[in-house]
Ligand binder design. Structure first.
Ligand SMILES: Nc1ncnc2c1ncn2[C@@H]1O[C@H](COP(=O)(O)OP(=O)(O)O)[C@@H](O)[C@H]1O
Ligand SMILES: [Mg+2]
Ligand SMILES: [Zn+2]
Length: 374
C-alpha cells in the first residue's frame, strides 16, 4: 500500500495548505485565462506534482472540465495515474535535463495531442537541474510556446533557475504545510483506512514530517506497519519506532530544572533523565526540538488567555504543564524561560563543533537551573 499515492488530491479543494495557489488557479480556470507556462516552487511533498496533474485533468476532463474534474473519464484516470501520453512528466534530475532531451521535448511539443487531450502538458520536475545548454533550449521553447501546449516547471530551488525562464512563467509558491493541518489529513486517512489511533501518534508523524505531506503519509504508513493489523497506533509505539523521546521525559526534565525552590539543586536527577533520553536512541536534534517545544508551550501558557488553542496536549500533559507554570508564575520566571531557550540554542550550536549531545544537554540543564533560581 502506498498512502501518499492513494490519497493524492483529485480536486483542487482537497489540496491542503496552499490557499493562494488554489485561489489563483481557480480564478484563471473560471475566466479561461490559464498561463502557457507555470512555475511551481516549494519544498518536497508540498503538492507541486499533484497540482500540475490536477491542472491537466481540470483542463482535459471529458465530462466535467473545470475545478472539479470527474476523476473517472479516460483522461482523468490516465492523468491521475501518470499514464497519459499527452501529459508527460519529465524529471530533470535523472538525466532528462540534458540539451538533447530538451530538443526532443521541443519536437514533441510541436505535435498536436494524440490521445484525447485538448491541451498537451509537459511537467518538468526539478527544473533547476537542467544543464546550461538545456536551459538555453528550454528558454527558446518558452519564448514561443506552441499552441495547445502547457508547461509546468517544478523546482525545490528557484534560485538556481535562470531569471529569464522565471520571467516567462507564472510563478506559484508552495509553502511547508503546518503540522496541525498535516495532522487533520492524517486523521482523515487513518479513519478511512480503519486504523485506530491516539492523537499523540498522529502528532508525532506530523511534526517529524517537517512540512511535507508526503513524508507525513509515509511515516504514518511505516507506523501502521509497525503497529500491526487491527491494533491501535499509540503515542508510545510511535515514540519507540521513531526513536523519539517519550513526552513524559520532557516534563520530568523541566520538573528537575524548576526544582522545589528549597535547598541545593540536585543536578544528578536531571542528568539521569538526560541519560534516559539518549539511551532511547534519540539524537540531539530531536531532543532539542522537544525541549524547545516544551519551553515554548510554557511561554504560551503563561502569556496567552486561551493557551489551549495554540497547543495540543493530552489531559495528563496539560495538568503537568499547568503545575509547572503555576510554579513559574509565583516566581515571575518568564525571563528565566527566555534565558533557558537562549541557552538551548547555544547548546545546539555547540554540537556543530562536535561537543557530544550529552555534554551540551547537561550544560543547558545546569544553566537553566541557575536561571530559575536567580
Ligand atoms: N498540499 C497537499 N495537500 C494534500 N496532499 C498533499 C499535498 N502535498 C502533497 N500531498 C501528498 O503528498 C504526495 C506527494 O505530493 P507531490 O505533489 O508529489 O509533492 P511535490 O511534487 O511537491 O514533491 C501526494 O501524493 C499527496 O498524497
Ligand atoms: Mg514532485
Ligand atoms: Zn474526467
Amino acid at each position: 500500500m502506498n498512502l501518499a499515492r492513494k490519497y493524492r488530491p483529485k480536486v483542487l479543494s482537497e489540496l491542503i495548505g496552499q490557499p493562494s495557489v488554489t485561489r489563483v488557479l481557480t480564478n484563471s480556470l473560471e475566466s479561461d485565462s490559464l498561463h502557457p507556462v507555470y512555475l511551481f516552487v516549494g519544498p518536497p511533498g508540498s503538492g507541486k506534482t499533484t497540482t500540475a496533474r490536477l491542472l491537466a485533468a481540470m483542463e482535459n476532463c471529458l465530462t466535467s472540465p473545470g475545478v472539479n474534474p470527474c476523476g473517472k473519464c479516460d483522461n482523468c484516470k490516465k492523468i491521475f495515474t501518470g499514464n497519459h501520453t499527452d501529459v508527460s512528466e519529465i524529471d530533470a534530475a535523472s538525466g532528462a535535463g540534458s540539451a538533447e532531451e530538451i530538443r526532443k521535448l521541443k519536437k514533441d511539443a510541436s505535435f498536436s495531442p494524440i490521445d484525447g487531450c485538448g491541451t498537451k502538458y509537459f511537467i518538468l520536475d526539478e527544473c533547476h537541474r537542467c544543464s546550461p545548454t538545456a536551459s538555453d533550449a528550454l528558454l527558446k521553447l518558452l519564448e514561443e510556446p506552441p499552441k495547445r501546449v502547457r508547461f509546468v516547471l517544478c523546482t525545490t530551488d528557484v534560485h538556481k533557475m535562470r531569471p529569464a525562464i522565471q520571467s516567462r512563467s507564472q510563478k506559484h509558491d508552495f509553502g511547508r504545510i503546518y503540522w496541525s493541518q498535516i495532522s487533520e489529513n492524517l486523521k482523515m486517512v487513518a479513519k478511512s483506512e480503519k486504523v485506530d489511533f491516539e492523537d499523540e501518534a498522529i502528532h508525532l508523524c506530523s511534526k517529524m514530517a517537517n512540512g511535507s505531506m508526503r513524508d507525513a503519509l509515509q511515516l504514518m504508513e511505516r507506523l501502521i506497519g509497525y503497529t500491526g493489523a487491527g491494533k491501535k497506533m499509540t503515542g508510545d509505539l510511535a515514540a519507540e519506532m521513531f526513536k523519539a523521546v517519550p513526552t513524559v521525559l520532557y516534563y520530568d526534565l523541566i520538573d528537575q530544572v524548576l526544582g522545589d525552590g528549597a535547598g541545593k539543586p540536585d543536578a544528578s536527577k536531571g542528568f539521569k533523565v538526560i541519560n534516559e533520553m539518549l539511551q532511547g536512541g534519540a539524537n540531539f536534534e530531536s531532543i532539542y526540538q522537544g525541549l524547545a517545544n516544551h519551553l515554548r508551550n510554557m511561554l504560551v501558557k503563561m502569556t496567552a488567555s486561551k493557551a489551549g488553542d495554540f497547543m495540543s496536549l493530552t489531559e495528563d500533559a496539560a495538568r503537568r504543564l499547568n503545575d509547572q507554570c503555576v510554579k513559574c508564575q509565583k516566581g515571575q520566571k518568564l525571563k528565566a524561560i527566555f534565558k533557558s531557550i537562549h541557552a538551548l540554542n547555544k547548546a545546539k550550536e555547540s554540537t556543530v563543533y562536535n561537543i557530544p549531545a550529552e555534554i551540551a544537554l547537561q550544560t543547558w540543564f545546569v544553566e537553566s537551573v541557575v536561571f530559575f533560581r536567580e
